[in-house]
Design a protein around this ligand. Structure first.
Ligand code: HEC
Ligand code: HEC
Ligand code: HEC
Length: 105
């Protein structure tokens, strides 16, 4: 019985995690910058072939929870966080494309 309960808990937990998963059609909004809101689309990144672990690892966004990492442009320009890819190689370069991320309402 206890084993069954544990299994059920694990299954429910996984189900919830999958439902919350960013690439499952979800978009996160980062609205602290005066440059305008950044809409981060899980779908766009999933469709571009980016795996969860490429972002959810110790060096980038360790927790699957919004607001745990403060994102500063200095780090992006320095090739960290979003800048690991948004450097003009894997994805469009941050410095030359402010408005592909920041959208004024
Ligand atoms: C291109 C980078 C990237 C990829 C790929 C990615 N994520 Fe995320 N994810 C983020 C960022 C950034 C956050 C917000 C982290 C923060 O603000 O501290 C986040 C947050 C989350 C959250 C929390 C959402 C909330 O409302 O708080 C979940 C759940 C999540 N990711 C699951 C996943 C899963 C599952 C995958 C793979 C199927 C995935 N992510 C792939 C960047 C990514
Ligand atoms: C692991 C690599 C990777 C990381 C990290 C990453 N991206 Fe991307 N991103 C991509 C790829 C690949 C594309 C699609 C190709 C392109 O548009 O250049 C993309 C596309 C986008 C787009 C374009 C959406 C559109 O349709 O115009 C936005 C906006 C974006 N990313 C924002 C972010 C933000 C914000 C972060 C950090 C929270 C981030 N990305 C982190 C790889 C990444
Ligand atoms: C790859 C996506 C992306 C691109 C391109 C981008 N930014 Fe950002 N920027 C972000 C994210 C994500 C944040 C965090 C916003 C938040 O926490 O609400 C941010 C935050 C900021 C902030 C406030 C924090 C800080 O570092 O001062 C400013 C100002 C800013 N961006 C300016 C710019 C300018 C100017 C450009 C173009 C030269 C640019 N950004 C291009 C994603 C991007």
């Amino acid at each position: 019985m206890r084993k069954l309960l544990l299994l059920m808990t694990v299954m429910i937990f996984c189900g919830v995690t999958a439902a919350l998963a960013v690439p499952a059609g979800r978009t996160l909004e980062f609205s602290k910058s005066s440059m305008g809101t950044v809409k981060f689309s899980g779908k766009v990144h999933k469709d571009a072939g980016v795996k969860c672990k490429e972002c959810h690892n110790a060096d980038m966004f360790p927790k699957m929870k919004q607001g745990t990492v403060e994102i500063k442009m200095a780090e992006i320009y320095d090739g960290k966080l979003c800048g690991v890819c948004h450097n003009g190689q894997r994805a469009f370069e941050a410095k030359a494309n402010c408005n592909r991320c920041h959208v004024k309402e």
